[in-house]
Design a protein around this ligand. Sequence first.
Ligand SMILES: [Zn+2]
Length: 642
Amino acid sequence: MSKLISLNSLKNLDYEKIGLKCGLEIHQQLNTGKLFCKCPCEIVPNDTLDKSVERKLRFSMSETGDIDKAAMSEFKKGKYNIYKYNDKIACLVDLDEEPPGKLNQRALDTAVRVGQMMDIKFFDNFQFMRKLIIDGSVTAGFQRTCMLGLGGFIETSFGKVNINGINLEEDSSRTIERNSNHTIFALDRQGIPLIEITTGPQIKLPEQGFEVAKQLGNILRSFPETKRGLGTIRQDINVSIIGGARIEIKGAQNLKFIPNIIEAEVKRQLIHKSIIEELIERKVNADNFSDFQIYNVTEVFKNSTSKVILSNIKEKEGAVLALKLFSFKGILGHELHENYRFATEISNRNKKHFPEVKGLFHSDELPNYGITKEEVDNIRKLMKLKENDSFIIVANKKEVAENSLNWISQIISDLIWEVPSEVRQVDPKGTLTTFLRPMPGAARMYPETDVPTFEVTNNYLEEMQKQIPELSEKKISRISKDLNLEEGKVIEVLEKFSEQEIKNLLSVSKKSASVLYSIIFDIPKDIKKREKIEPLDFNYSLLEDLLKESEKNNFSQTVIRDIFLSLYKEKIESIENFSKYLEKKGFIGEAIGESEIEEKLKEIIEKNKGAPFGALMGHAMKEFGSKVDGKKISEMIKKLSN
Ligand SMILES: [Zn+2]
């Protein structure tokens, strides 16, 4: 009986029997200003990055005497990096032209208080370390990181989960574009403080993974110092099962997907394991699965109508080459995820080295893609394949196809030996994981001598303990009750304002929370929808002024909407003298009736017969000052002069 496990048969998994072990690694950005300089923690549009520097990676002896192989291979390829920035978001520290400045105390304090909420045992001294990063994403070639302590925990409804450690570190540069010979980075993200929390492997069920991530998020969001929004929190998931491998999964964007991601990864490993077992049953192993020869089957396609084959062999030196796989029938087409087969896994790994190879086909999927049954039969005949043997063909330049197939046989021999431990990327929907890179070795670290050690005294820890905030969930439900506002709306409001600011806005406006919510959140949405005008993000004091004026002048919601619209149209996000603005726009002040204006204008025109428009405008503006809109006067003069 076949050992192959089919995707559809995997329902209601027994995770205890499977031996699921799962841990999380959470990275949370702070908004306290960068870790070692005064630059803001702001991600800016790429087109505002008006400066750039170019850097080439150089390899050097490491302290143990060997040359870093990865750095060496990048150097040999002549790869270089471009860092884009502007003076607002990056400085000499970010460019690694100057040693790090003083450690951002607020960032450290926040990280310590986060640790205290998880019962972390802190070290006596905080010592920053340099962690080698050679892919160009950090200008210095190393990331500054400091482990603050270990041995914490959180309680979940499934049991205790250890917090192995908490680190404070610098974020890396943001990748804008990857090219074959260079990478373009933005320096806005470089140096933003990150809190890294690593849990132990006590997560035994997919649902528990979600609960742990939610709890950690809840703790982090309790601090006004944590950044909000897409990309400000990143979670890696470590998954392993008995007989499988430890896999680090990157790119989980939505907490809700975590259970699905864990489940999909467990299924993939189970199926991969079953493929290895089935091959053992068929007496196929890493040494004998192929004769390791490359067959030229180009002549089979002499009269082919397959577009993808033709386009790849049209070129000079184009060829269709093949690799023989003994007793592989049904293996290549076997699904690891939905619509993601063992051959897809092989093809994806091959693309990391040979991105130009698109025409890769295997016997389990043919005839198809314009390749006929007759052509398939001819390939089998030419390669002398037996009924249960399989083949992979690659159509490309002969040299590329040959190198690629040799690489593919290496990939297959690795994959049928074991489920490799590696870093994988999850797709945005959280349904499948794909190979990203091999698991990195233990990070090489050495002390950062430019940053002084921080002595952790009991006094300091007690001081921090006093400032531990209320848990975000509790705060939301408390405010919701206090203000009689739905929790969803409270969350939305808290994304924008602190509790103190909310209280203040309520007191100046003398409105209920729900009316205030509708002014601040519903009006912009309505304007966007109906007027197709992009709302602006008013600064706090403008909003406060607006609500004060609204209370003083008893503005209706319609008038407030008109004021919003007027500000949006002029792209005003902050303003010094708001009441003057309202006067100028005619929203407040002694109302001058239309007929009165017309009367006065007629007089001016009569008095200055024949004067040019500009002169009339000048006289009129002197008369009305800011009480009437200039545009309105100009329109009326034009009408009256005709
Ligand atoms: Zn800076």
